[in-house]
Design a protein around this ligand. Structure first.
Ligand code: ADP
Ligand code: ZN
Length: 730
């Protein structure tokens, strides 16, 4: 084994042992190796991608203490709780600690037992804390929510500006900075500020595949809201409102309608706010109603819906807020209620700001309008906003599931491109639209644009229509936004080639939310209800048990086990601690600390319901115990038709057979008779069976050739081979 392989094996072992995960996600392993080898590392990944692990695991395997700088005290406590639950010594240093607690944290750190020390930036600047940290043995520094450094981001914190200087004072420590939100401009700003231009950069797609995006007209909103939440009964959700008053009003409305909800905003007393947040984390209430400014502290992996009751102020903010849904990779629904009136209201708030700030804010709002009103794939729009070009629609947003009318737009696209070119690529949408529509205002004439060939060529369409054409044309990358000058459009290469090489292009008509009928709004709920593969009854029992255990231990339920782990338990029915340890997200620490009541519950359930568990059928080699494989074994056990299993997993029949063969060849016996018998009569089965009995090889191609492709399908042969191997070899 090479050193590299050794390190990998060791990291993976610790990943399973401590966190219970058997695989790294995405770039996690490379990131961890990067910081472990002392290289400054910069990570930009969407919420829910698993950034925390990127500094937690290296901190655990390193000597000394890692400093984690994090902006919010609530978040720190959260992470420290989670780490302690898996048996890692993590502590925090902030203004909420008493003198005695503070002394203990310092003593433990100097004693070398603390693996992660969470610190707020303002605590870092304190002289006595600095002096103490200089004495400690430190491994590296992690800067979480690194976008707080940038004034261009949506969450600037001045104290973050001082971090670099402090790190320098702590010696030459490697730095890992992480954020979930960075437009290219913000990214550059962070790197400059931390002097990390040379850092290893890990930037993954912002796409959150499990999130469903939807915009609804702001009509009958309260009724819609209540209906929606009742449809998602028992699930956690966040509702964002613009004002404190609205927050209070909606929270009350929900309570009156038997939905357990609490408010959360800056006007509440600190203790009340903390208590409300805890009640949400501990699942004493299902819904938290919050102002947009607050919520970074709400960090719960199983939030199933995020509703914007009022329009957000920027798409960055929107993405960040919706990002709090489905962090655990399971269901996450993001709904925005939209009306143009909200935008006008927000514009009024900006009235008194200095000119450039106001223009900037207006531009950000325009992006919201565009997002809401365009009937183009939402995900595509969001990703486009963050500079990612996607060339396909997602199929999992309201615009994809309910497409709007389209129109043929070849000539209009050509006109839009030409207008941009002929005005020297120096203008934004409003001016370009004026030129095309032949509006003779002072601007247009002062630039001489009334003399252009394209002037007035688009007279037959409304201004709104043209604005939409320009937005869609940029989305499809005929035009692009100028990075340095907000709002100005430039022509791309694709755009330059277009008027010459013109080809058909269809665009979609915008939504008109001022004019929606009730029927159109009916049965939206049913559109994206995902099918459940696990045992729902057991899942609910496990959830109830989790809540009880959590209460006893004074921890949020998800610290005990997260939803994906419970779902897996309700699929594979682990009835002893070894089996429980195989569940993704369950490490040694959790098995020991929390495991017993869970396996007891499952064992009882299995017995009462006479369920044959996976362990009775599985598993000679642990290698094949991937989630999919376990699922397949389980389903075959329950005599589910193979077509159905393939459908449930979203794979083809051929792929499914491949998986089954793999399971079989690694020594697990599967009984497919229930399925094979439907497909072939006994004579036919015998013929193939006898063939394999006498054949020198079990190669399928050879079998097809020998038995004749006209008489037997490949699928039949593969199925019989599985039966043969199961019965004879296993
Ligand atoms: P981020 O900080 O990027 O928003 P988190 O660190 O909160 O994301 O992780 C999101 C979720 O993913 C958490 O529920 C975490 O337990 C889970 N997770 C992280 N790494 C893995 C992994 N390798 N395998 C499975 N789940 C993981
Ligand atoms: Zn879509």
């Amino acid at each position: 084994m090479s050193v590299n392989q050794l390190v990998s094996a060791n990291l993976k072992e610790r990943l399973k042992e401590v966190f219970g995960y058997s695989q790294f996600r995405g770039a996690q392993e490379e990131i961890i190796r990067s910081i472990l080898s002392g290289i400054n590392t910069f990570v930009i990944m969407p919420t829910g991608a698993g950034k925390s692990l990127c500094y937690q695991l290296p901190a655990i395997v390193s000597e000394g203490t890692a400093i984690v700088i994090s902006p919010l005290i609530a978040l720190m406590k959260n992470q420290v709780d989670q780490l302690n639950a898996v048996g890692v010594n993590a502590q925090f240093l902030n203004s909420t600690l008493s003198k005695a607690e503070m002394t203990k944290v310092k003593k433990d750190t100097l004693g070398g037992v603390v693996k992660l020390l969470y610190v707020a930036p303002e605590s870092l600047t304190k002289e006595e804390n600095l002096a103490f940290l200089q004495k400690a043995h430190l491994s590296f520094v992690a800067i979480d929510e690194a976008h707080c450094i940038s004034e261009w981001g949506h969450d600037f914190r001045p104290e973050y500006r001082k971090i670099k200087h402090i790190i320098e004072n702590l010696g030459n420590l490697p730095v890992i900075a992480l954020t979930a939100t960075a437009t290219p401009k913000v990214q550059l700003d962070i790197q400059k500020n931390l002097q990390m231009e040379e850092a290893a950069l890990f930037k993954t797609s912002f796409n959150r595949k499990n999130l469903y995006y939807e915009v609804r007209p702001k009509m009958d909103t309260k009724k819609q809201l209540i209906k929606y939440i009742k449809h998602h009964k028992g699930k956690s959700g966040i509702i964002y409102c613009l004002s404190r008053k609205k927050v209070e009003e909606i929270a009350e409305l929900l309570n009156v309608n038997d939905i357990k909800a609490l408010p959360y905003h800056a006007g509440l007393d600190g203790n009340v706010r903390m208590a409300n947040q805890d009640a949400f984390l501990n699942e004493e209430v299902d819904v938290i109603v919050a102002t947009i400014a607050f919520g970074m502290g709400i960090d719960k992996p199983d939030v199933r819906f995020v509703i914007h009751y009022d329009a957000p102020k920027s798409l960055e903010g929107y993405y960040q807020e919706t990002g709090r849904a489905g962090r655990d990779g399971l269901e996450g629904n993001c709904v925005m209620f939209y009306s143009y009136n909200d935008i006008l209201k927000l514009e009024k708030f900006n009235k008194d700001k200095p000119v450039t700030e106001r223009d900037n804010a207006k531009y950000l709002l325009q992006e919201i309008v565009s997002y809401a009103e365009l009937s183009v794939c939402r995900r595509r729009q969001l990703l486009h906003y963050f500079g990612e070009h996607v060339d396909r629609d997602c199929g999992y947003c309201d615009n994809c599931l309910r497409p709007k009318e389209k129109f043929e737009a070849q000539d209009q696209v050509a006109l839009a491109v030409k207008a941009t070119l002929l005005t020297d690529q120096r203008f934004g949408i409003p001016h370009l639209v004026d030129v095309l529509r032949g509006v003779e205002n002072q601007y247009v004439t002062s630039y001489g644009h009334h003399q252009l060939e394209v002037y007035g060529k688009g007279q037959d369409q409304e201004a709104n229509h043209w604005a939409s054409v320009f937005r869609q044309v940029s989305l499809y990358h005929f035009l692009e936004k100028d990075v340095d000058n907000y709002g100005i459009l430039k022509v791309t290469e694709k755009g330059l080639a277009f008027p010459e090489a013109s080809y058909p292009v269809t665009l979609s008509k915008d939504h008109d939310y001022s004019n929606v009928t009730e029927e159109e709004e009916e049965d939206k709920e049913l559109l994206n209800t995902p099918a459940k593969a696990h045992d729902q009854v057991l899942f609910e029992l496990l959830k109830a048990l989790r809540k009880k255990v959590a209460k006893e231990k004074g921890l949020p339920p998800y610290v005990i086990f997260q939803d994906p782990s419970l779902e897996e338990m309700a699929t594979t029915y682990p009835t002893n601690k070894e089996e429980l340890g195989q569940i993704n997200g369950v490490g040694v620490g959790k098995v020991t600390k929390f495991g017993k009541p869970f396996v007891d519950l499952i064992a009882k359930y299995v017995e009462e319901n006479e369920i044959e568990t996976a362990s009775e059928v599985v598993v000679k080699s642990a290698v094949n115990k991937s989630k999919t494989k376990i699922f397949i074994i389980q389903q075959i056990d329950r005599k589910i038709d193979l077509e159905e299993i393939a459908d449930a997993k979203g794979i083809t029949m051929a792929e499914l057979l491949g998986e089954i063969e793999h399971i079989c060849y690694s020594g697990t016996r599967l009984n497919l008779d229930y399925y094979v018998n439907q497909l072939m009569d006994n004579d036919r089965q015998d013929e193939i069976y006898d063939y394999f009995m006498g054949a020198e090889t079990d190669n399928i191609q050879v079998a097809v050739n020998t038995l004749g492709a006209d008489d037997f399908s490949e699928e039949e042969l593969r199925l019989m081979r599985i039966k043969f191997i199961s019965e004879v070899a296993n």
